[in-house]
Design a protein around this ligand. Structure first.
Ligand code: MG
Ligand code: MG
Length: 265
């Protein structure tokens, strides 16, 4: 079932969205050569506790995971892209890091993700990050009353195609609001003009993610972390977006920060 939100409810989701943006900005600032993923997890955990927010990930136990998730943030490195389980790993020069965060505040959820490079960036890594960010902006631009879900999917697919990246049609965006995952599913490829008609009050997490040379995925033994099947590097960009009478309203917009993080000091 799809639940349309009132303008007042969207404002409450925006409060959560601003906090999610703040945590992701902070994680992006801290991510650097020599930093352990567990330090980033603990930092995010501290911010969430101090804010009195609820992690949507903690104890999340869908059918595909191996036991409940006991972390507040997903951290995925290089060929890992989705549901990255934070673990004892120290970031190295040139690593590509994706951070994905969903929390609730006073019962309203927001979800966002970003990819950064730590240390010296390879041009091809910056390129795939740029592709997911452009695809996300193209998707957001389609999130208007009167358009259809397929317009969002097609916009993402078109950017991927222009860059020459294949697209996985299985994992994509989703509705959200009172919970992290609600209807509808928003595939990252599709046909323009098809599917659900977009209406004011629909709130969606739009999340293009690509791997450089494959649309296939493999799971780690932990049952969570999803990687590109051929080990090629990946990127993922996500925002929570409300469709309003006036067009798309991005609830998780961050302050602009460079994708490439500085060298270790
Ligand atoms: Mg997410
Ligand atoms: Mg999501």
């Amino acid at each position: 079932m799809i639940e349309l939100k009132t303008p007042a409810e969207i404002r409450r989701m925006q409060v959560t969205g601003r906090f999610v943006a703040e945590v992701l900005s902070e994680v992006g600032r801290l991510a650097d050569v020599g930093v352990n993923l567990l330090d980033l997890e603990h930092h995010a955990r501290g911010m969430i506790e101090r804010r009195g927010a609820q992690s949507c990930y903690w104890d999340y136990a869908p059918s595909f995971g191996r036991g409940p998730f006991r972390n507040v943030i997903c951290l995925a490195v290089n060929d890992a892209v989705l549901h990255g389980l934070p673990h004892d790993y120290t970031l190295r020069d040139g690593d590509v890091l994706t951070a994905d965060l969903a929390v609730g505040i006073d019962g309203w959820v927001a979800d966002s993700a970003r990819t950064v490079v730590v240390g010296t960036a390879a041009e091809e890594d910056l390129r795939i990050i740029r592709a997911t960010e452009e695809a996300l902006e193209a998707a957001i631009d389609m999130a208007r009353p009167g358009n259809r879900l397929g317009d969002i999917s097609a916009a993402i697919g078109a950017v991927a195609h222009a860059y020459g990246y294949p697209v996985n049609g299985e994992f994509g965006g989703h509705g959200l609001g009172r919970t992290m995952h609600e209807d509808p599913h928003v595939p990252n490829k599709g046909r323009a003009g098809r599917g659900l008609k977009l209406r004011p009050g629909l709130t969606l997490a739009l999340e293009p993610w690509f791997a450089r040379t494959t649309d296939r995925i493999v799971y780690d033994a932990d049952g969570w972390t999803i990687r590109s099947a051929d080990g090629s590097r990946t990127a993922h960009s996500e925002h929570t977006v409300a469709i309003t009478e006036d067009g798309p309203l991005v609830l998780t917009r961050r302050e602009p920060l460079p994708v490439q993080r500085s060298e270790a000091c």
